[in-house]
Design a protein around this ligand. Sequence first.
Ligand SMILES: Cc1cc2nc3c(=O)[nH]c(=O)nc-3n(C[C@H](O)[C@H](O)[C@H](O)COP(=O)(O)OP(=O)(O)OC[C@H]3O[C@@H](n4cnc5c(N)ncnc54)[C@H](O)[C@@H]3O)c2cc1C
Length: 402
Amino acid sequence: MTSETQVVIVGAGPVGLVTALALARSGIDVVVLEALRELPREQRGAAFHPPTLEMLEPFGITDDLLPLGLRIPVWQIRDKEEGVVAEFDLGMLAGETRYPYRFHLPQHHLAADVLARLEREPRAAVVFGASVEEVKQDGERVEVRYADADGRFETIAARWVVGCDGARSAVRKSSGIDYEGFTWPERFLVTNVDEDLAGEGFAETSYVADPDKWAVILRLADPRVGNLWRIAMPSDPDLPEEAVLAEDYAQDMLRDVLGRERNCKLVYQSTYRVHQRVASSFRNGRVLLAGDAAHINNPIGGFGLNGGVHDAINLSEKLAAVCTGADCALLDLYDRQRRHVAVENVQRQSIRNKRLMQERDPGVRRQNIDELRTVVRDPELARSYLRDSSMISSVAQAAAIR
Ligand SMILES: Cc1cc2nc3c(=O)[nH]c(=O)nc-3n(C[C@H](O)[C@H](O)[C@H](O)COP(=O)(O)OP(=O)(O)OC[C@H]3O[C@@H](n4cnc5c(N)ncnc54)[C@H](O)[C@@H]3O)c2cc1C
């Protein structure tokens, strides 16, 4: 049997859920299909930038989340040999944003908050255990075929489908949209440690540059509650997964990266592959893409989750207008705006950040360090650097595209 709605969203990650909430609040009927049986709680994005907090504010989400996480105005770029190279203070942007800080909170808190709100929306339904296999469209509608929690195949028809189904997006593949880019050779090793790294001089967001053992360090827990920190590092591309996941390997890396003699209290570790890819289009007829389904990048800079939420807000405004009579060419503007910044801002900056972290040439490293020190000393250059790194520039640039 085929059921019908206005918009089907595939994937109940943070991007799909925010898109669904924004559409439902605009009076659009929306069904979210999620392959898992419940929301995942895995360790992924944990850093929110100022524009993301502004976009989530009208839904009441930002006020819900702020008491749960950490506000981090000051962050550092370090060199493993030289120590602190540059310290940036987002307080310099206090006149430009209501949230002049990075906000650290694991992303599953965002997803859980939005899901609770969706459950109270009469126009929204979230179906768990619904694994989408295929989308097929004609000029009028899209049919979405999925396997339900009992393995039975069902079809739902909609005027529009939004693929928010992550990097391996079945919606993107089924719509014949390429995912252009490359994959870095090394896996990233992600650890959580219970240590007082603030006492060792690390800012609550610290990037440590080194040709072999660079690291991204984020404080996850409120100091009043505990000392949980996330440390992401590269692993040797020639080692098998089991060797990278061995505790000794993580401890060796951590001692080196943190410059300490003793082991860390390791409470979590995992590895993942890192890609730089952007879909060749964010729209194919009645099918749209957002979040990791549309673009993916390395986590240095914290752009993935944030960029996905920016897609969700941009797209839901336009799609709600189209559903209530606006010209569907508005959806091409979504593609132009968000794809442009995915390529020009997020890909460019995240690739540059990774190269900065791992630079091998001593001359180029010295030049990078000198340039960063020049930026920090000049308030105008520092403000501009902060606007780019906190995604304020990318949101403004997208809005300027017509
Ligand atoms: C270790 C790590 C650290 C990160 N750190 C940061 C950070 O600090 N800041 C930041 O901004 N970003 C970060 N990111 C990136 C961030 O986690 C992602 O960009 C974000 O999760 C994307 O959200 P999404 O909703 O687009 O996709 P996802 O979160 O991947 O959600 C996709 C959903 O779709 C579902 N799905 C998949 N296929 C189907 C199907 N066929 N049918 C139905 N449902 C399906 C999945 O089960 C999943 O629930 C990090 C990522 C990793 C891995």
